[in-house]
Design a protein around this ligand. Structure first.
Ligand SMILES: *Cc1c(COP(=O)(O)O)cnc(C)c1O
Length: 428
């Protein structure tokens, strides 16, 4: 595979942008090599500037559930662009998208739109702290909630790959308010509640997608709900990734547990920059201008982004069977990878939730971040590189999740599995 133009572009980018990228994972640090620079996407495919074509299982890290250049979403965006791209004044589009989400999520009475998942979580935490008049929060090792100060504590994803539990530049005075618990381990949460009587919120990815794909056990989430209630602590589900991905109702469509606040992002923007946080009326009314907790944004609820979101959610709502189809494909893909690994006696485990899939080069079922860290990262890097050579674009870190879009056909899944057989043989 020729990546000459990408190599040049990467060198050029590095002269002007730190590491040549605007988000660290894109630099391919954990797998090595040059990241293909993308020229365009079409349906299930990505095309790089050297003319290579890839089946895209990353989909902009989750948002593109209908693949690239979906006609309906494209039309909605173009139509809005022609009417002006931003007003900084209310539009009916915001209410429309809000209505769609509120109608799907029992736990959400009201919602506010922001521009990214990071912003959504950051704002939800401030609201939780304001509402409860408490300062501490609990997060789980391996869960990622964006890059705001309070949450860059033992974070997964990019930070985990770099092996740094927190980042320079984050004041210890802030992170001392963040307690770290172990995923799927209720005793570790109880210890947090013993150590602090000042816990405003417990935040969790109910289906973790940033330490690889690691779903929380239902009983664990139930006990978490109970613990929060007993301690007057809010439970926040970060569904930035799992929302509209794991099911039409996110993780909440799979386990019947109601959080107090929910954060969204990724799919709800249909590929445009959108985040949102919502919850019970009683809590949401604390938000300015209705209440005292301040939060704002010049481009929040941007009309073009709202239009893309509305088109996306509408398509999903009118055709909920999409999730059955996506899940079937994800399962087939993971069964295929598993069989390919088994054929070479390579330790391998897989997981699927709706349109999300994950795998580890490991012989144990992964329940938490410590388990995840035991995967064979060197073998993953070789697997990734060889798959890429064969035109299969997988997430470039073992701590990320893969995604199926409606544009990915059964034939493409089989093509991918065939490539996996070849590659497993090579890396055995
Ligand atoms: C992606 C992600 C975020 C951060 O969203 P950005 O839009 O990248 O800021 C937060 N939480 C979870 C669970 C995510 O997957």
């Amino acid at each position: 595979m020729n990546l000459q133009k990408s190599q040049q572009a990467f060198e050029e980018a590095k002269r002007y942008i730190p590491g040549g990228v605007d988000s660290p994972v894109r630099a391919f640090n954990s797998v090595g090599g040059t990241p293909p620079f993308i020229e365009r996407g079409q349906g299930a495919y990505l095309f790089d500037i050297d003319g290579n074509r890839y089946i895209d299982y990353v989909q902009s890290w989750g948002p593109l559930i209908f693949g690239h250049c979906d006609k309906d979403i494209e039309e909605a965006i173009i139509d809005r662009v022609k009417k002006g791209v931003s007003f900084g004044a209310p539009t009916e589009l915001e209410t429309q998208l809000a209505k769609e989400i509120v109608s799907l999520f029992d736990s959400v009475d009201k919602i506010r739109f922001v521009n990214s998942g990071t912003e959504a979580v950051m704002s939800a935490l401030r609201l939780a702290r304001g509402y409860t008049a408490k300062d501490d929060i609990v997060k789980f090792a391996g869960c990622y909630h964006g890059h705001s100060d309070s949450l860059l504590v033992s974070a997964g994803s990019g930070a985990a790959t770099f092996g740094t539990p927190s980042s320079p530049g984050v004041p210890a005075d802030l992170t001392k308010h963040t307690l770290i618990a172990k995923y799927n381990d209720i005793e570790s949460v109880k210890r947090c509640f013993k150590d602090s009587k000042n816990i405003a919120a417990v935040i969790i990815e109910p289906i973790a997608g940033n330490m690889g794909l690691v779903p929380a056990d239902k009983e664990f989430l139930e006990e978490l709900r109970k613990l929060c209630d007993e301690n007057n602590t809010l439970l926040i589900f970060d569904e930035v990734m799992s929302g509209f991905r794991a099911s039409l109702k996110g993780a909440q469509g799979i386990v019947d547990i109601k959080p107090d606040l929910v954060t969204f992002g990724k799919v709800i923007g249909g590929g445009m920059p959108v985040g949102a946080f919502g919850g019970k009326e009683e809590i949401m009314k604390w938000l300015s201008p209705e209440g005292p907790v301040y939060q704002a944004g010049t481009l929040s609820g941007n009309p073009v982004a709202m239009a893309a979101g509305i088109a996306t959610i509408n398509k999903l709502k009118t055709n909920p069977a999409i999730y059955v189809e996506l899940s079937k494909k994800a399962k087939r893909l993971m069964e295929g990878f598993q069989a390919a690994a088994d054929a070479e006696e390579i330790p391998f485990v897989t997981e699927v939730r709706g349109s999300m899939f994950g795998f580890f080069f490991s012989d144990k079922v992964v329940k938490n971040f410590d388990d995840a860290l035991e995967n064979d990262q060197k073998r993953f890097a070789r697997f990734h590189k060889e798959m890429l050579k064969r035109g299969i674009y997988l997430a470039c870190s073992p701590f990320e999740t893969g995604f199926i879009s409606t544009a990915i056909s059964d034939d493409m899944i089989e093509e991918t599995i065939l490539a996996a057989y070849e590659v497993m043989r090579e890396i055995a």
